[in-house]
Ligand binder design. Structure first.
Ligand SMILES: [Zn+2]
Length: 247
């Protein structure tokens, strides 16, 4: 009997030490916690979740809803799915550099909704994240393409605790993504939009940026967005921005 127990313990010990992903990998992002926020959710447009999605909260500037359906390509490829696919690729890239990664939703499903934007920020706050990257795609004028970032303005009691780092994160995302080859927005000057009204930014107490990775209504951007190779490019470009921020 004693011998059997010892054998069992040895077996458990071996299985623990040889299991992958038990400990974060060593790398340039070791010790960093990064929250990736894949914007929207496929079920947000579903009538059965209308009450949840239409809930509102004051965000420091205006009263705004829980979440929205997001945009889509002309062929109907949804933004929620694009954001989700890029987020998953980015997660594994960040983890392979040693980061601990938290996603704000764990599925991409027509039978799920949310979470609300204020809860997404809450997830980053609870995780005491070193950075939060909120992934979105724009539904802009079809003649324009490329990525841009959205950063907050100073609002007392809301963003004033973190705005200086938010600005540095936004600038590093722009510079890093451009240097890595991401097509820059042709319709947002300097690839930088400043907004008072983004709940994700205003509710967050950690360095946060929204990245509109491209324009879903533009033919060239849409073609890139709908292939897995293209989605991988977007993840690689975002990674370059994150790496620049932590350097
Ligand atoms: Zn969006």
């Amino acid at each position: 009997m004693k011998r059997l127990i010892i054998v069992a313990l040895v077996a458990i010990g071996i299985s623990i030490s040889s299991a992958p992903n038990v400990q974060a990998l060593e790398g340039p992002l070791s010790g960093k916690t990064i929250v990736i926020d894949p914007g929207h959710q496929l079920g947000n447009g579903s009538r059965e979740f209308a009450d949840e999605i239409n809930a509102t909260k004051f965000n420091g500037a205006i009263v705004k809803g829980c979440n929205t359906t997001g945009t889509a390509t002309n062929a109907g490829f949804p933004e929620a799915t694009l954001n989700w696919k890029i987020a998953k690729q980015l997660r594994s890239m960040l983890e392979s550099q040693g980061a601990t990664v938290v996603l704000t939703r764990d599925s991409n499903s027509r039978s799920k909704w949310g979470p609300c934007v204020w809860d997404r920020a809450g997830i980053a706050n609870a995780a005491k994240a070193d950075a939060m990257i909120s992934i979105h795609a724009d539904g802009g004028p079809s003649g324009g393409r490329g990525f841009f970032v959205i950063e907050p303005v100073r609002i007392k009691g809301w963003t004033d605790d973190v705005i200086e780092v938010d600005k540095r994160l936004a600038a590093d995302m722009i510079a890093g993504m451009k240097a890595a080859g991401a097509p820059p927005s042709t319709y947002i000057a300097g690839q930088r939009m400043v907004s008072r009204e983004q709940s994700t930014l205003n509710f967050s107490n950690v360095p946060t940026v929204i990245v509109e990775v491209g324009n879903m209504r533009n033919k060239k951007d849409a073609a890139l967005m709908m292939t897995s190779a293209g989605q991988r490019h977007y993840a690689t470009w975002l990674l370059a921005g994150v790496d620049r921020f932590f350097k």
